[in-house]
Ligand binder design. Structure first.
Ligand code: PAF
Length: 460
């Protein structure tokens, strides 16, 4: 029987040992049995390591175009066998860590040039991440410059130009475009890590995006100052906005796509006189009882409603939220539970300035003395945590220690309370707790700030 031949592109990468020597040995092993012929080979390119643990040596990358009678799966097994033969231990290596040899199948075509699609059991054809990776595309351009890429529809050359101009970040302006982009990414077998934001990005957001990029094939971000969650129009008006600056930062941390939109774009045909009818709001669940639920009526309903719609648009594998917004995290988990447990909600530690203040887009609004005054919020939480660490378990005493620090001139405290994070209740619990979280909301110089600290965990 004459076996059909396929053409396939293979990416080579290494940053440990002698990459060029490993590549030469790998390619001669690949051709050894006579069933794979190398049609074209790129030069070897040096690139900085992208993602993964800090301070990795830079990479050497290359690409080859081969013709073979092997099936894509057998070809992939051959590549993995060669990696193992040359010293790679896939089972025990760090994710995106240093590599002695990385051989990836990028795409394959049948004899008529039709692309082959396969997803499952470790084989993903076409490769879900190749379109975002200049270090893959640059060598690929040497061996297949005109090859059309499945997701963008651009040729390898065009996609590389696009990445150079945009920093690899696709900027989309409507939920409809974002939906199509995400659908194509999922159809290509990619996992999506999603970070919903209201923009004015700071290091706290960027940490979420880095983690999303690390734990998923693609990271994507929404920037939408959601009017549904602002109970005070003046607060909505003055909320900081800087989309151009946000896009620059996102390109630097490996975000593949950012999208924005309008209320009409998120809820097409659902608005009445420009407003979303009450019946269209999603119930935020038990985590919305008290505190934020009480002081910002409607806020968490607005969060639940937009987050539900964002999840519907993106259908992410995982979604990343900062622990600073404690009740928001409870509400988001409730929204994900309502959606059948998807996406997986990842709650990430609060990122703090050196001064201790929790990072927030609103910090940019603090002026003059307010910058100093705001520090009592985290100091109060630290004081209560110190009491907890010293053995105090009584809610009344912990609350008193928190309030002693935060109740000072210049600070208009809305609430400073201690709750059981595992058993959220409308009213503050009494007596002793096994687990506790301190929560504060206060207006400082006209800026509303919130913060929290879980006492039985490390400082977050
Ligand atoms: O935390 C935020 O920035 C917002 O509440 C969110 C989750 C993006 C919803 O608008």
């Amino acid at each position: 029987m004459v076996r059909s031949r396929i053409t396939a592109a293979i990416a080579l990468g290494a940053n440990v040992g002698e990459p060029e020597r490993s590549f030469k040995r790998a390619l001669s092993l690949l051709e050894r049995d006579g069933d794979v012929q190398i049609l074209r080979r790129s030069h070897w390119h040096g690139t900085d390591a992208v993602g993964g643990p800090a301070a990795q040596p830079s990479y050497t990358n290359g690409a080859v175009l081969v013709e073979t009678t092997l099936s894509p799966r057998t070809l992939l097994e051959r590549l993995h066998g060669i990696e193992a033969h040359l010293g790679r231990d896939r089972a025990n290596e760090e994710r995106r860590g240093p590599r002695i040899l990385d051989l990836d199948l990028l795409y394959a075509m049948d004899e008529d040039g039709a692309p082959l699609a396969e997803h499952g059991d470790g084989l993903h054809l076409p490769h879900p991440r190749m379109e975002e990776r200049p270090f893959v595309l640059a060598p690929l351009k040497e061996v297949a410059p005109d090859q059309r890429l499945p997701r963008s529809g651009r040729s390898v050359t065009e996609q590389l130009d696009f990445l150079e101009q945009s920093g690899g970040l696709a900027r989309l302006e409507s939920p409809a475009e974002a939906r199509a982009w995400c659908e194509a990414a999922r159809a290509a077998g990619a996992t999506i890590g999603f970070v919903p934001t209201m923009g004015a990005l700071h290091e706290g957001h960027l940490e979420l995006v880095r983690r999303a990029a690390m734990e998923n094939d693609l990271a994507c971000v929404s920037v939408f100052v959601n009017p549904l969650q602002f109970n005070d129009p003046a607060d909505l008006e003055k909320y900081p906005r800087d989309l151009a600056g946000d896009a620059r930062l996102l390109a630097e941390v490996g975000c593949a796509m950012v999208f924005t939109g309008s209320l009409e774009g998120f809820f097409p045909g659902e608005l009445v006189d420009g407003e979303l009818p009450a019946a269209a709001y999603i119930h935020p669940g038990p985590g919305a009882a008290g505190l934020e639920g009480e002081y910002r009526p409607g806020h968490l309903e607005g969060v639940a409603t937009i987050v539900d719609r964002l999840f519907e648009v993106v259908e992410p594998t995982r979604a990343y939220f900062g622990a600073k917004d404690f009740q928001q995290c409870l509400v988001v988990q409730h929204v994900a539970d309502r959606r059948g447990g998807r996406p997986e909600v990842v709650r990430c530690p609060t990122v703090r300035e050196h001064s201790g203040i929790a990072m927030s887009s609103r910090n940019t609004l603090l002026k003059g003395a307010a910058c100093e005054e705001a520090l009592v919020i985290s100091k109060g939480l630290h004081a209560a945590k110190a009491a907890w660490d010293a053995g105090e378990r009584d809610v009344a005493s912990l609350t008193r220690q928190l309030r002693d620090v935060v109740s000072v001139p210049g600070i208009d405290v809305e609430y400073a309370e201690v709750r059981d994070p595992g058993n959220w209740t409308l009213e503050a619990p009494g007596g002793a707790l096994d687990r506790a979280v301190g929560l504060v909301a206060a207006n400082v110089g006209g800026v509303r700030l919130i913060d929290n600290m879980e006492f039985d965990e490390g400082v977050r």
